[in-house]
Design a protein around this ligand. Structure first.
Ligand code: NDP
Length: 406
């Protein structure tokens, strides 16, 4: 079993002695994007950077484009086009701007597209890449969470290869090693538990953005770091796993593992449990996705179990972290419930970061939004990306409208 459909295999990345892999990085200035380009820089000759994109960070984008000799640099915020042109003057790198240009960059000839734009903004460019039948290294969670069936259909139709970058799904992909889904008993994703793992519910009432942004193990963008603190991230990952690995909802589970060394455990019906382990550094799963089916070097710490001493596991507490329960319910409800969940969560996280919503109200706002959407008939089947985008927009409006009541 593999989350890879149809497309070419051994030479898919083009990485190898004959030809470098032509790589586009969507969301190049972000945490995943910069880790990806770090690997590119450390492996001269393996990659040729086609396009790099960002939303507003013009100077960083231009610097990355120059450093990696990209053919094009694309800034999502169209008002920054001139600033990008100025920053790239004399380099021969094409400057592009705006939402349509982001999609265009995903269509440029490439062997692999790293999809690392954060949030629903990543949907259109990532769908564009998927439609090209090329390798998509998927970090953006929203394609699978909000548009799971539509996205996997698009992948199957184009014959693209979908390789997960999220560490837990990369771990599952490696531990599954193409196994027959019927042989699987459970796929168990691990969660670090975030910065509030040991906090009481009373303490969580007054948790601040600064406290939530201090992840104990991982260095990530702000949105996913807050999602880790609420455990919504694990709920989103269960939904991603549901679409990547066809084992069914009841065979998916999660467990808290504070050391973040084991990223996923796959239990087989014969009693074997295969776990993937690595120090918490996203360059490992990124390297797996870029080089698969080969392996490439990543400059991460080497795992020393004797220094670690012990690995511990505990059940997640859904009373203190209700976002996990809300996400699981949306996964079971199916149809567009996860799209509503995701959109409402993006609104809630942004409001929390702006100190307009309390930490525990993130999950409440999301749950209430799903309930209202259900009453309005907006939890329904979706057949195309436009359906998803319409539900996403509606869910955002519903969530924003409720903010004032918290
Ligand atoms: P970051 O916030 O660090 O980076 C996001 C990137 O997307 C930046 O390049 C940013 O540009 C760009 N961007 C932001 N908004 C828009 C927009 N509206 N249109 C186009 N581009 C935009 O995110 P991460 O790298 O942490 O995460 C990327 C994705 O990967 C997310 O979906 C996340 O859930 C997922 N992921 C991340 C992990 C991690 O370790 N970081 C782990 C697993 C999954 P600019 O810099 O200009 O704002």
């Amino acid at each position: 079993m593999a989350p890879v459909s149809g497309g070419p295999t051994e030479s898919a990345t083009g990485a190898g002695p004959d030809r470098p892999c032509r790589l586009t990085v969507l969301g190049a200035t972000g945490s995943i994007g910069s880790s990806t380009l770090d690997l590119v820089g450390r492996n001269p000759g393996l990659f040729e950077v086609v396009a790099v994109t960002a939303q507003s960070n013009v100077q960083e984008l231009a610097a990355l484009a120059k450093l990696h000799r990209a053919k094009a640099a694309v800034i999502g915020d169209a008002t920054l086009f001139k600033a990008l042109v100025d920053a790239l003057a004399g380099t021969g790198i094409t400057a592009m701007a705006g939402d349509a240009a982001l999609v265009e960059s995903a269509l440029m000839p490439a062997d692999c597209v790293m999809a690392a734009i954060v949030g629903a903004a990543g949907l259109k460019p990532t769908f564009a890449a998927a439609g090209q039948g090329r390798r998509v290294a998927l970090a953006n969670k929203e394609c699978l969470v909000s548009a799971g069936d539509v996205f996997t259909s698009a992948i199957a139709k184009s014959g693209a290869e979908l390789l997960p970058v999220d560490s837990e799904h990369s771990a599952a992909f490696q531990a599954l090693a193409g196994a027959d889904p019927k042989a699987i008993d459970k796929i168990v994703l691990t969660a670090s538990g975030g910065p509030f793992r040991t906090w009481t519910r009373a303490q969580l009432e007054s948790a601040t953005p600064d406290q939530a942004l201090k992840h104990p193990n991982w260095s990530m963008g702000a949105k996913v770091t807050i999602d880790s603190a609420t455990l919504m991230n694990k709920g989103l990952e269960l939904i991603e796993a549901f679409h990547l690995f066809p084992v069914g909802v009841d065979a998916l589970d999660c467990v808290v593992h504070p050391q973040s060394i084991v990223h996923c455990l796959v239990s087989y019906k014969d009693g074997s449990v295969l776990a993937q382990m690595a120090p918490p550094d996203m360059r490992t799963p990124i390297a797996v996705a870029l080089a698969w089916p080969r392996r490439m070097a990543a400059p991460t710490d080497k795992l020393d179990l004797t220094r670690l001493g012990s690995l511990t596991f505990e059940a997640p507490d859904e009373a203190r972290f209700p976002a996990l329960r809300v996400a699981k319910a949306a996964m079971r409800r199916g149809e567009t419930a996860p799209a509503v969940l995701n959109a409402a969560n993006e609104i809630a996280v942004a409001a929390f970061l702006e100190r307009r919503l309390k930490f525990l109200d993130i999950a409440s706002l999301v749950e209430d939004t799903i309930e209202i959407a259900e009453k309005q008939g907006a939890v329904c089947a979706a057949t195309c990306l436009d359906d998803i985008l319409a539900i996403d927009a509606l869910a955002r409006r519903l969530a924003v409208a409720q903010l004032s009541s918290y």
